[in-house]
Design a protein around this ligand. Structure first.
Ligand SMILES: Nc1ncnc2c1ncn2[C@@H]1O[C@H](COP(=O)(O)OP(=O)(O)OP(=O)(O)O)[C@@H](O)[C@H]1O
Length: 211
């Protein structure tokens, strides 16, 4: 049985500078991987490579044994990727955003959408246009997607940005619950995850810098 996601000998150069070299690791269901490193060390770049949005100079990413660039659509169907931007449409309400987003992955009942919004603390804001919401509330709309996401692999770039203390604890618990249910989660955050979980791994990009 091949690894779920296998990262092999990646190297990436930006502006004549190697961000990382000889970077290999394997991700399996139930694992959470926190990618660490200072500003500019290449965390977002690595996540974009893992999501198939950027090609590395060398190395490859295999999804269940096959290089992701050969899989394209089937890999994208298996992946939930959230970038730096919240990816929420300002001219739609939270309900409309979630319905639109989830519609791409199949039917989700409106009750499930309302429950997901309630779980991220947006009760009462379901039908407010998103451009009237605060930065943290917008981030929470994006996080409501995680409540409903069915993809087995999650790649989350800075999901804790703009989230208040209560939201941070709630998001940590959500990630834990989903990992225990079998999701594989790779994320970046400058926040120290407060998770007592044996399958939490730390990957420091400082260990893969060129010497
Ligand atoms: N499109 C691009 N073209 C050229 N260089 C880029 C591009 N995007 C990022 N870089 C460079 O790559 C390096 C790594 O950037 P990246 O965004 O991956 O870092 P990061 O570790 O995620 O940083 P932060 O913690 O600040 O979010 C930076 O030096 C940046 O200037």
């Amino acid at each position: 049985m091949p690894d779920f996601l296998s990262v092999q000998q990646l190297a990436c150069e930006r502006d004549d500078r190697w961000l990382f070299q000889q970077l290999s690791f394997q991700v399996n269901p139930g694992e959470i991987w926190q990618v660490e490193g200072p500003n500019g060390s290449g965390k977002t770049t690595l996540l974009r490579i893992l999501a198939g949005l950027l090609a590395p100079q060398t190395g490859e990413v295999l999804w269940q044994g096959t290089a992701i660039q050969l899989l394209r659509a089937s890999f994208q169907q298996s992946l939930l990727y959230t970038g730096h931007q919240v990816g929420v449409k300002a001219h739609l309400t939270p309900v409309e955003n979630l319905s639109w987003y989830l519609g791409m992955y199949g039917d989700v009942s409106s009750q499930a959408v309302m429950e997901a919004l309630a779980q991220v603390g947006l009760t009462g804001y379901e039908d407010v246009l998103c451009h009237h919401l605060s930065a943290g509330q917008l981030r929470r709309v994006a996080l409501a997607r995680l409540q409903l996401a069915t993809q087995p692999l999650w790649i989350l770039d800075e999901p804790f940005t703009a989230i208040d203390k209560t939201g941070v604890v709630e998001l940590e618990q959500l990630l834990l619950e989903k990992a225990k249910a079998g999701k594989a989660i790779i994320l970046t955050t400058h926040h120290q995850l407060n998770l007592d979980y044996q399958q939490l791994h730390h990957l420091s990009l400082l260990d893969y810098q060129a010497h």
